[in-house]
Design a protein around this ligand. Sequence first.
Ligand code: NIG
Ligand code: FE
Length: 415
Amino acid sequence: MPPSDPPKLWDQLWIDCHLATMAAGETPYGAIRNGALAVKDGRIAWVGERASLHGAPETLAADVVTCGGAWLTPGLVDCHTHLVFAGNRAREFEQRLEGASYEEIARAGGGILSTVKATREASLDQLVLSGEGRLCRLMEEGVTTAEIKSGYGLDTKTEVKMLKAAAELGERLPVRVQRTFLGAHAIAPEYGKDRNGYLNLVVSEMIPAVAREGLAHAVDGFCEEIAFTREEMARVFKAAQEAGLAIKLHAEQLSNQQGAALAAELGALSADHLEHLDEAGVAAMAKAGTVAVLLPGAFYYLRETKLPPVAALREAGVPMALATDANPGSSPILSPLTILNMGCTLFGLTPEEALAGMTREGARALGLAPETGTLEVGKAADFCRWRIDEPAELAYWVGANPLEQTVFEGNVRPR
Ligand code: NIG
Ligand code: FE
C-alpha cells in the first residue's frame, strides 16, 4: 500500500494577499501585508503573515488559493435595511423634487403607508422574489450579512409575512439574514388617530407572536414627530425586552426626540440615523456602548442639510456603523460601496471608519460581533477578495466594483 498523505490541517489557505482584518488595534485597517488566511470547518482558523506559516502551503491545506496580490476584507455587514417590501415610490420622488417634503407626503397618507398598502396586497412569494433581487445586488458588492426589517405590514399577518420572507431569503441565498421587527414604524391606517389602540396591538399581539415563532432577533421603532413618541417607544421596548428580544431605534432622523438616549439607557444595540442627535444623546450612547448607525443614503436622498455629529461621536468613542437603509422611500439604494463613499464625502468619515462601519461595527450593531465583521480566528469565514491596491479604494470609487470573490461561512460564493 502506498503511504497515505498526513491529513491536512486546514480546508483552505488563502495566500498571496494583503489582509484588512479590521480587528480593532493599532494598525490602520488592522492590515497585514503579505498575509495568509486559513479556513477550517467554515471558520477562520489562522490569520497572519505568510512568512510565519509553519510549512509549505500545500502541506498545510487541502486547497491553496493564490490571490495575486488582492486584498481580503471581512464580508460586508449591512446592518440596517428594509429590503422586503412591494411596489415602489418613484412618484413620491417626483413629488419631492416638485417641492413636497418627506413629512408632508407621510402626513397626507403617502410615504410609508403607501408601501404598507402594496405590501399587504403582495403574497409571501412575491415578497421573497422582489427581496431576492435586491439582496442579490447587495451580495454582488460583498455583503455577507444583511439585516432586514419588517414595518410595512402594520398588522400581525403582514408583519409576520414580511419576517417570513426575510427568513426565506436567508435560507435561499448564501448570506446571513438578521431579522428585525419594526411594527412601530407608523400607525396602521385603520387605527386613524387611535395611537394607543395600535400600540396595544404591537405590544400585546405582534411582539409576543413574533417572539413565539422566533421570527425576529430585535425590535426597532421610528421615534419621530410623524411616528412614535419617546414614551410610546419606551412601552414597545418594555414589551420587546419582556419577550427576550434585543432593541434598536430609528432616532433623531428628522428632529430631536431624545430617542437615542432612551434606547441607550435601555441597553439598545444601536440607535440609527442620528442627524439631530445632541450632546446628551452622544454621552448616553457612549456610556452604554450603543452603536451609532449612520445612514448617509437617506440623508442624501431626502436632501437633508443637518449632519449627524460625527466628530462628537468619534470624540466620545461611540462605535459608528454604516448601512444602506435600503428602502423604497428615503433610500432606494442597493449599493453598499456607494454608501462607503457617501459616509466619507457626506458625513466626513475616514475611509477606514467607513469600512469598519460596514464590517466590525455593523456586526456589533446586530449583536453579531463574536460571529463576523473582522478577520479573526474563531469567527465565521466570511470575507471578500478585492482587486485593489489599498483598502481606501473601497470608499474611493463610485460605480467600480472591484469584488473578485466572496466567501461565506467558508464556501466560495458563486458569482
Ligand atoms: O429608515 N425612517 C423610517 N424608516 C425608513 C424609511 C421608510 C420609508 O420611507 O419607507 C428609514 O429611512
Ligand atoms: Fe430605516
